[in-house]
Design a binder for this molecule. Structure first.
Ligand code: NDP
Length: 294
């Protein structure tokens, strides 16, 4: 007998999650603020709850996949008195993207209402849900006991990666990885802008970019080793001094191509500051991490 699941939130992501539980034979109850978005799932075998309270009453395991933290308060109430929805004895798994502080506050919110809580951060886009070879997964943090209890059910839509008892850690890992992704996308935007006015097909640049980013990505392992030992000169292949000396080449090229340096310049500023504020000429770019800490 498969564990019943109640899912609140049938946006693009929630709907994708829902289909995998149905396909795996889990009894599924769904609720969505806009009822029309639940209709198709009703036809596919889900029980459509008329209210959020009905959905919460339908199963012990309650999965939330709403827009943001505020929408959870809108649906379930910031306190039991707000909505009258009873979370007593429920296992709340929150897959809504939040900050670490919001996740920790939700754990407390659930505890006050007699529920257990696990936070999740989804590292996937909807087409990756239910497609293991696509490589998506969900970070989980909070009660290890709760994670273990529901691990098999939670693993149906996406692989699971448990990152610790601190409820905020799933969100922290999620945001850390996505922040790095935005840095990568910012670099790619600058690269495309550089060739935009030339007779270079963006489609010929794209595979070169993808391959280059892929071969450079493992350098994060060296950064981690350096941060752990505190010695930023170990294993250096391109020195800070050499890279700072190269920055005018990048800025001049941007200027010549009519491209704003606004995405690249802040990083170069930090590299230069590290060199002038006591960083060794022979070290890596790792000192930038320290400059970011306030
Ligand atoms: P959508 O915008 O498609 O859906 C948002 C959902 O939240 C809908 O069910 C919407 O209901 C509901 N909602 C929004 N505001 C409220 C409110 N005030 N009260 C009640 N319900 C509300 O978003 P996604 O499904 O794409 O995303 C859901 C979560 O998953 C987000 O936290 C997102 O960050 C996360 N996520 C999404 C990814 C993606 O690529 N899509 C990737 C990784 C994480 P209604 O239909 O009534 O508007």
């Amino acid at each position: 007998e498969r564990t019943p699941v109640a899912l609140l939130g049938l946006g693009t992501m929630g709907t994708a999650l829902a289909r995998t539980w149905l396909a795996a034979g889990h009894p599924l109850t769904v609720w969505n603020r806009t009822a029309a978005r639940a209709e198709a799932l009703g036809g596919e075998g889900a029980t459509v709850a008329g209210t959020a309270a009905e959905a919460v009453a339908a199963s012990t395991l309650i999965v939330l996949c709403l827009l943001d933290d505020a929408s959870i308060g809108d649906v379930l109430g910031e306190s039991a008195a707000d909505t009258g929805i009873d979370l007593t004895g429920r296992d709340v798994v929150n897959l809504t993207t939040s900050t670490p502080a919001q996740a920790r506050a939700r754990a407390e919110w659930a505890r006050e209402r007699g529920a257990r809580y696990l936070d999740g951060g989804i590292m996937a886009v909807p087409p990756m849900v239910g497609v293991p070879q696509a490589g998506g997964y969900v970070f989980y943090s909070g009660s290890q006991d709760l994670f273990d209890r529901h691990r098999a059910t939670l693993a149906v839509p996406l692989a699971t990666t448990y990152v610790g008892e601190d409820t905020g850690f799933a969100a922290l890992h999620d945001i850390a990885l996505l922040s790095a992704m935005y840095g990568m996308l910012a670099g790619a935007a600058h690269a495309f802008a550089l060739v935009r006015k030339e007779n270079i097909d963006p489609a010929t640049l794209a595979p070169l970019l993808a391959d280059w980013l892929t071969v450079m990505a493992p350098s994060v392992h060296r950064t981690a080793d350096q941060l752990r030992t505190g010695d930023y000169t170990t294993g250096v292949v391109s020195t800070l001094a050499m890279q700072v000396a190269g920055t005018p080449t990048f800025l001049d090229t941007a200027e010549q191509q009519g491209v704003s340096p606004e995405l690249l310049a802040p990083y170069f500023d930090l590299m230069r500051r590290r060199l002038t504020e006591g960083g060794s000429a022979d070290e890596d770019l790792t000192g930038v991490v320290d400059l970011l800490l306030r």
